[in-house]
Design a binder for this molecule. Structure first.
Ligand SMILES: Cc1cc2nc3c(=O)[nH]c(=O)nc-3n(C[C@H](O)[C@H](O)[C@H](O)COP(=O)(O)OP(=O)(O)OC[C@H]3O[C@@H](n4cnc5c(N)ncnc54)[C@H](O)[C@@H]3O)c2cc1C
Length: 476
């Protein structure tokens, strides 16, 4: 029996799992998909928000500011790239300048440091491509950027290196609570037992609560569509540019990503059924807004579009508490933005206060929080590269030409915790297939490597789990 079972392999569940391994606890994470980070933690803006947006004293405000402060340490330990590029909320009218003052006051109340309202002139010095119509901005130097799935994969991998168990393709469909523990059953008929269950199932967290007998959590989905530009346009902006929020919404953002691309989006569309397809209408909105924010956004460098779904609660705030009706069930529900930023602080609170309220927490002196990044080779010096190739010749073979990723890095991603089992899993860990050709050149070879390493046939290799097989059969 496990001491704690976490349902949901997103950034919240992942960082909770890692936090749990800092103590002598037997812990497990259940994820319904074939890989971790397949929900909101895969497709979002990757912004580490400063914390001026949320209502003072809300969970969102508290965990945002704390999570922002913790981000350097967590990403540093896990070898995940993180940069404080600073954010700018841009005003286009005198009325919006007044809103910036309110945002600044709210941010200061939330404990955000360094907030400053800057002039049109300074804004133009900071962002050479800003629209001529922009009048000023709220500058937040503590705003940052991080790769959300890199953080999630690294957190879960590090937790596994410290003894946690991961079960993918385990969709929790039944929860029974007896006198001693919870018994969780999967859609494939497997069962698993645990004393405490943490509900970090994102969009499905209302459903998980209901399965356990708690009908008090209502979660809805709101879709956001994005356009991603090639790294050739990487210096088009350097800060994260937000519109000033109005009654009509927050508009979109224009930002660099941690990997040096430019990201435009997201839209905000209420959903009945959570789909992640993009639409002509949604992308047209993103383009229109990007053109309002900046002069001549280099849309000719578009390499892909995608969408993510925010899981929001009818209460308008993060729900982070033990269930009021089911003892031992801890909810992390309604974690919409700024959930990525807040995740390290949520994880610490959940483990120290909520799990610690039921189980005795004894420090694990053997916990090792360090992790080597999944891809790293191209940034090394020639001497360092030569030394690695001498030890392992697979690092001497470039597989993804666009991103310069070696066979050694791909094999490492397939072998390391949590192992990449399909093409997209390798892509998220190594960036292979994320460049200009979007995998056209390297995918067949990566499929062969996956088949060989996993001991399966090429026909069994998928793009992203069951039903996405790449090869239907042999013709010759
Ligand atoms: C468009 C968009 C933009 C955003 N931008 C930002 C931003 O810039 N900055 C920021 O701080 N935050 C941002 N967010 C919010 C952030 O992405 C989320 O708060 C965060 O990813 C939530 O993580 P999670 O672990 O709670 O959920 P998820 O990542 O959704 O993980 C939940 C997991 O549970 C699994 N699951 C569901 N049901 C079951 C089941 N029955 N059994 C087993 N597993 C199950 C799912 O497969 C999924 O992997 C954004 C979100 C979106 C959608």
């Amino acid at each position: 029996m496990f001491d704690v079972i976490v349902i949901g392999g997103g950034v919240v569940g992942g960082l909770i799992l890692r936090e749990l391994t800092k103590y002598h606890l037997n812990v497990c994470l259940l994820e319904k998909a074939s890989d971790v980070s397949m929900g909101a933690s895969k497709a979002n803006s990757g912004i580490v928000h400063a914390g001026f947006d949320a209502t003072p004293n809300s969970n969102k405000a508290k965990f945002n500011v704390l999570g922002n402060e913790m981000m350097e340490k967590v990403t540093g330990e896990l070898g995940v790239k993180f940069r404080r590029n600073g954010s700018l909320v841009v005003a286009f009218s005198a009325e919006e300048i007044e809103t910036l003052k309110e945002l600044k006051a709210r941010g200061e109340q939330n404990g955000v440091s360094g907030l400053e309202i800057i002039s049109q002139e300074r804004l133009r010095e900071m962002e050479k491509n800003i629209s001529d119509e922009a009048l000023g901005a709220l500058y937040a130097p503590t705003g940052g950027i991080v790769c959300p799935y890199e953080l999630t994969i690294a957190a879960i991998g590090n937790a596994m290196d410290n003894g946690a168990k991961l079960e993918t393709e385990f969709e929790v469909v039944k929860i029974v609570k007896n006198e001693e523990c919870f018994v969780l059953s999967s859609s494939k008929g497997k069962t698993i037992e645990g004393k405490i269950v943490i509900n970090a199932a994102g969009l499905q967290s209302g459903k998980i609560a209901a399965l356990a007998g708690d009908s008090g959590i209502e979660i809805k989905g709101r879709k956001g569509e994005y356009i991603l530009l090639d790294r050739e346009s990487g210096d088009f902006v350097s800060h994260t540019l937000f519109f000033t929020p109005t009654k009509l919404g927050k508009g979109i953002l224009v930002t660099q990503t941690e990997d040096g691309n430019i990201l435009l989006g997201p839209t905000a569309e209420e959903l009945e059924n959570a789909g992640t397809d993009t639409s002509a209408q949604g992308l047209a909105f993103v383009i229109e807004k990007a053109r309002k924010m900046c002069k001549n956004p280099p849309l000719f460098n578009t390499i892909t579009s995608f969408a993510g779904v925010r899981a929001y609660s009818s209460k308008g705030d993060f729900i982070i508490e033990e269930s009021k009706t089911v003892k031992g069930l801890i909810h992390c529900a309604g974690i919409e933005s700024p959930g990525l930023t807040a995740a390290p602080a949520i994880a610490k609170f959940v483990v120290e206060t909520l799990v610690g309220g039921s189980l005795r927490l004894i420090k694990n002196e053997n916990f090792n929080g360090a992790r080597t990044p999944d891809y790293f080779f191209k940034n090394l010096s020639t001497e360092e590269k030569n030394a690695i190739i001498a030890r392992d010749p697979s690092y001497g073979k470039i597989v993804c030409r666009c991103e310069q990723i070696t066979e050694g890095e791909i094999l490492r991603a397939i072998r390391a915790n949590p192992p990449a089992r399909d093409i997209d899993g390798v892509k998220r860990r190594t960036r292979s297939g994320m460049g200009r050709c979007q995998g056209g050149f390297c995918q067949p070879y990566i499929a062969e490597l996956i088949a060989k390493e996993r001991g399966v046939s090429l026909e069994q290799v998928t793009k992203c789990g069951d039903g996405s097989e790449l090869i239907m059969g042999v013709t010759k």
